[in-house]
Ligand binder design. Structure first.
Ligand code: AMP
Length: 390
């Protein structure tokens, strides 16, 4: 495919906040964006040149969408493979079908990491209706049973503390293939977003240190306040993963750092990631501009850190009958507000985020937490960033 210049139309499968921030980056650079969305008036569709409303599983609609754009990319990896194949008949799909096939499924993803020689969490695969008891015995307890497909933000996961818990895990994941993972005693969670161009050039961003609350990302900061070797090792793994997948676009590799200091790859998202939102203010090129550059066949932008940055998610829990008053948050220096244009705030729903930059990471974190508190969201439930020193 020849490089696409401004004026070309990028087709985006998916229409949430990732597609919205991609649309902002692409339109700034003079590209047109068409989004395929399951519902009208979507976060990305509000800003795109065109919003086509269709189900992801509607292969005919996806094919017709692809025939009207110059290249197809996505913000959501769980697009049914038949729809991806239909799109690929009309336009190049970046990232491609192989990378998506591998990352749509935990067991395939883990096998890929193992083949690549990347340290990962010990696991066993159990096919639908298979022998969960033996797999749990082999891995040992405690362990985590996860459905192999279509899980995110901790959905489809059951912690098995001892053998008595196997029945509950079997019931919760009934009739689905699963992976059984050793439970890792975590010192920290981190992630690395990286881009890969059509010509095979790869560029990783600085690692983000991530803190979750109720299995949902709560705070990210970068460059991660971890020993330098950990961040560098994670970046090298992320680049190797994108090369191994021959992925054109942007992807994120999430890692666990265990209490003995071992870095273990956990999962791959073949698209921009929540932990990379802080690249908008914190890096020389945002992860969304990088996605545009990669899929349009342009050179990658610099991933260098511009300023230490911290990001706090804004969940629907923060919304009362009315939108929070953002004025006190915006009075905190160095704070940027991003709202995703969603009109139904539900608990746990990602409505927006705040990013703060500062001269130091500590100051950036302090600012973003203070800003979110000022908007009404307490930080009392958040766990310590390091559960135990690495
Ligand atoms: P995942 O959907 O695999 O990203 O898991 C969501 C979150 O659950 C992770 O960010 C961890 O906080 C936790 N978790 C998942 N798997 C494990 C594991 N094997 N050991 C310890 N914690 C885990």
């Amino acid at each position: 495919m020849r490089p696409l210049g401004p004026g070309a139309t990028i087709g985006m499968l998916g229409s949430g906040q990732l597609g919205r921030m991609f649309t902002q980056a692409a339109r700034r650079m003079g590209y047109r964006v068409a989004v395929l969305s399951p519902s009208a008036g979507s976060p990305a569709g509000q800003l795109a040149d065109r919003e086509v409303v269709a189900a992801y599983a509607d292969a005919e609609a996806v094919a017709s969408f692809a025939s009207a754009v110059d290249v197809v990319t996505l913000e959501f990896e769980n697009i049914p493979s038949a729809s991806l194949a239909a799109a690929a008949e009309h336009a190049e799909v970046r990232p491609g079908v192989t990378a998506l096939h591998l990352t749509q499924h935990r067991a395939r993803e883990k096998r890929f990491l193992a083949q690549l020689g990347v340290p990962h969490v010990a696991f066993r695969e159990v096919p639908a209706g298979g022998d969960l008891v033996s797999a749990v015995r082999e891995i040992g307890t405690p362990c985590v049973v996860k459905t192999a497909g279509f899980g995110y933000d901790g959905k489809g996961q059951v912690l098995v503390a001892d053998e008595a818990g196997i029945g509950r895990a079997a019931a919760a994941t009934a009739d689905q293939p699963v992976v059984v993972e050793r439970f890792v005693e975590l010192a920290a969670e981190l992630s690395v977003v990286a881009g890969r161009s059509a010509g095979g050039e790869v560029a990783a961003y600085a690692a983000s240190l991530n803190r979750h609350r109720r299995h949902i990302l709560d705070l990210s900061s970068a460059p991660a306040a971890l020993p330098e070797r950990v961040g560098e090792e994670a970046r090298a793994v992320a680049e190797a993963v994108l090369e191994g997948l021959e992925l054109v676009g942007v992807a994120c590799v999430e890692f666990f750092l265990d209490v003995s200091g071992r870095l273990l790859a956990n999962e791959i998202a073949p698209r921009p990631h929540n932990s990379g939102h802080l690249t908008i203010e914190g890096a020389e090129t945002s992860q969304f501009e990088q996605q545009l550059r990669a899929v349009a066949g342009l050179p990658l932008g610099s991933t260098a850190v511009r300023r230490p940055a911290a990001m706090a998610n804004l969940l629907g829990d923060l919304w009362g009958p009315e939108m929070p008053d953002w004025r006190p948050a915006l009075a905190v220096p160095g704070v940027a507000l991003h709202l995703y244009g969603k009109d139904a705030p539900r608990p746990g729903r990602k409505m927006g985020h705040l990013t703060a930059t500062a001269d130091t990471l500590e100051a950036a974190e302090e600012r973003v937490v203070r800003a979110r508190l000022a908007a009404g969201q307490g930080d009392a439930e958040a766990g310590p960033r390091h559960r135990r020193a690495p």
